[in-house]
Design a protein around this ligand. Sequence first.
Ligand code: 1HN
Length: 347
Amino acid sequence: MAVAQNEAQQAFTARMLERNITPLWTVGKQLVKREPEPRIPSVYWNYQRDVRPFILEAADLITAAEAHRRVLVLNNPALKHGATHTMTCAIQAIKGGEIAPAHRHSQAALRFIIEGEGAYTAVNGERIYMHPGDFIVTPAWTWHDHGKETDGVMIWLDGLDVPLVNHLGATFSDDYDGEGAFPQSRPPHDSFSRYGSGLLPLEPVTQRASPMFAYPYERTRTALENLRKANDWDACHGLKLKFANPATGDWVMPTIATFAQLLPKGFKTAQYRSTEATVVMTAEGRGKATVGDRTYTLGKNDIFVVPNWTWWQLEADDDLVLLSYSDRAVLEKLDLWREQRANEPRR
Ligand code: 1HN
């Protein structure tokens, strides 16, 4: 609570206003709260109802060349841009014969693939052909373009740290001068060949982001399915794994943490909250998510936001596989990551 001010004190405060000075006692606890008070609500998008019809309409209405990126941004109603205060969530489509031309930016990006076959994302000239459920990494400042040589539409989710990087005032971007795509530099899936089998090249990896750009769903799903046999469930998460940089075991990008999660049919989690803000997409299955006071019915490719320090809980009506990303990678580096589990006393 701010201290109540008498007339002399009010006049004193008013005189300083034009000099951009404020006495701290007039602001009180507004600056330093006892615990995080999320500035954003939770949001939910039903893929079939809210997203798919619009992205297909966009595919008819504008070419990838015209749009540069045929992207629909899913915004939190409390923000001008961003699904959370740190992360962008968007839906992109590309059609046969199109190229979304190469560019790069200081923002990092990821893709969770939704539907279609045959399109690729190229990272620094290495094509990664996409399949539903795949997780693809586009580290900050890497050239990236998207293309599709076969007929039909391909749709995926783009996750970026745009609000975070903008807030930090560190945004740079560049369009590639050449014709559309960045020149192919390596065979398709080269990074997966080098880093994706538990083996590593002898040369040390020097960059901070994962040198591996593709995490195929087949591998993710198999890992979850095999681990299920261990019957080693976390009360708050079911079975939740992080996507890891194979060279370091760290998060795949310095700013964005990414996860794959399995809840077997009938599993109901204990309530959980942490300081990270998360965007979640259902890759498979059906269930329910309760975030704060809202409950969402989850079907394939539905998307929802879990704000920072907000209790949430999941329930699987069928085997439920979730892909998610958050700002935890940043918070951990700054010693700001905390969690609280409703099934345990507060630490
Ligand atoms: C972007 O550069 C891409 O490169 C996708 O594919 C989505 C959303 C906001 C800002 C930049 C891309 C984006 C984006």
